[in-house]
Design a protein around this ligand. Sequence first.
Ligand code: GLU
Length: 475
Amino acid sequence: MTTRTRFAPSPTGYIHVGNARSALFPYLLAKQQKGQFILRIEDTDQARFVEDATDLILDTLTWLGLTWDEGPRVGGSYGPYFQTERKSSYQAWAQKLIDKGLAYADPYTPEEVEAFREQAKQEKRAFLYRDHRPENPPVWDGSMPLRFKVPEIKRYEWHDEVMGDLSAGPEALDDFILIKSDGLPTYNFAHIVDDADMQVTHVIRGLEYIPSMPKYLSLYDALELPWPIFAHLPHILAADGKKKLGKRDGAKSVTEYRDEGILPEAMLNFLASMGWNDGTEQEVFTLQELVEKFSLDRVQRSGARFDEQRLLWLNGQHIRLLSLDDLYQRVTPFWPESARNADEAAKKQVLALVQDRLKTLADLPVLTSYFFEEPAPDWQMITSNKQLAKLENQEVAQLLEAAKAALEASAFDPESLQETLNGLLETTGQKPGILFSLIRLAVSWAPFSPALNDTLAVLGKDTVVRRLSAAIASR
Ligand code: GLU
């Protein structure tokens, strides 16, 4: 049997990092097993429907590189892939249950249900719909909800690829709505019908669905459907490790990270690492490596903490893995304004210099603007530098003068520059930490920059000498 997995988002808003991991894991499994990854839009909840959310979801997945084999925009033989277009299938499966006497029109008004609830509360027992099955339910004409009649009240035992062997007693079983009075199915009913119609083999989703599993299992049985393989993923916890990460705790959308200069491959690596590892020390994985190494039985059971610093670190690692041409393509929107008119060769030269220092693509302006525009001297940067603050005013002037003279006489390729700089260390008797930091600041006035000799070589002699003179003059 070919592995068929799915991601089934509801179009209720943007995809945040937690949702995205629920797409990544089924994607990885399908690719690894040469199966299909299906995308289905669960749009039956009209009250929570958000216009444009579907497009946002599709664009986010596309940006991440989680391409789906079947679903919106690409089609497939098991569609439609929007639940609102699948009503006839829900009707047909519901009819099967009605015919077997396993579904009934729910005749109660909300007030009546409230009264049942109240009565249960007073009698100190749990309220269950199945205690109130109508003796002679009306014929279901669609104006009332259609409710499932759980056929067998028993204990269910099942296996979860992540959570292990699970079970729940009869108290977890209750009659639930299959089709609402608006004609649309509930998630509880629709996802089972869809997964069956779409021949999904693995249901991979968040932990929050586990309590409902007995109900689902009872419905699979009533519909005479085999159980798929289940895997429920641990929660992603907010940075404090205490509560589940949600939009309310500042879970950002995936596209926000994109705009902040995070690479999709770093995001995927980060998502995979929340709850999964391959059992080795390896931390940086390409998507291809994830596809090869992923396995559900190495997904941890406990919650995974969301650590944005780790995402930034991984992003830096992935930026380093890119070829210069690839990186050049990706940084297009991030160049400082002053670089807009610089030619490609100049920009690539600068980019090669800073590639190892970028944590996000958005770091580009701070790291490079002084290559394209004259920086304004900012002596605060010197006085607030622990080492440099110790220098006397006079010493600063002398050091800058000495540097200017030596650099003026240098051949200005990285090797000769290194020699010139080493010579300067000897003649001035200064430590590299002081001398080089001073020169670096005086030519860039930037908080950090690449190796000094490389930086000077790319800036060129004229610029370096001019900036040193300007620094001296501005004191
Ligand atoms: N539409 C559900 C959600 O967004 C999908 C759950 C599932 O994967 O079955 O949470």
